[in-house]
Design a protein around this ligand. Sequence first.
Ligand SMILES: Nc1nc2c(c(=O)[nH]1)N[C@H]1C(S)=C(S)[C@@H](COP(=O)(O)O)O[C@H]1N2
Ligand SMILES: [Mo]
Length: 167
Amino acid sequence: MDGLKSYGVPDDVDPDGWTLRVAGTVDRPLRIDPADLASYPLETAADDFACIEGWVANGLSWRGVRVARLLEGADPTDASEYALVRAMDGEYACSFPLDRLRESILAVELDGETLPVEHGGPARLVPLDTDRDCWESIKWVSEIRIGETPFTEDDTAKDLALSRIEG
Ligand SMILES: Nc1nc2c(c(=O)[nH]1)N[C@H]1C(S)=C(S)[C@@H](COP(=O)(O)O)O[C@H]1N2
Ligand SMILES: [Mo]
């Protein structure tokens, strides 16, 4: 297969009502709206994306904001080491070590176009390190919650992704 697979858009995803909340153990919680997001500088990242279901999308080109830049404004406490990224599709959420999340891109464009809703628009997290898993590329990102302790209990993304290949 060439390109990302289309899984459709869950009912609870409302791209027109999108905002991104940055909260938790931060000195200044933020609510970033589309105009705020557009004020950040964009970076380009080339990507070959592979899903555990067995398909691959080669030669993607993402453009987006380095998460470190978004977090700077919120000013996480010195003891913050973890983050939980939530999405607009209900309980889907994925935890990250904070340093790893900082290096990821919050993508707003794919292959030179505004990121389509079906692929996670307005904003999709794109981890770029070699250890990333497909379920960590979170579509419709709506909240980054920072913490000083791990968010293991809330981390549903892996199980939800694996449940699609069982049975
Ligand atoms: N919010 C959200 N993000 C998600 C998922 C999801 O179900 N919800 N699925 C993940 C998985 S397992 C994969 S393979 C990719 C699929 O991306 P695509 O729909 O653009 O092909 O999205 C990832 N991000
Ligand atoms: Mo996946």
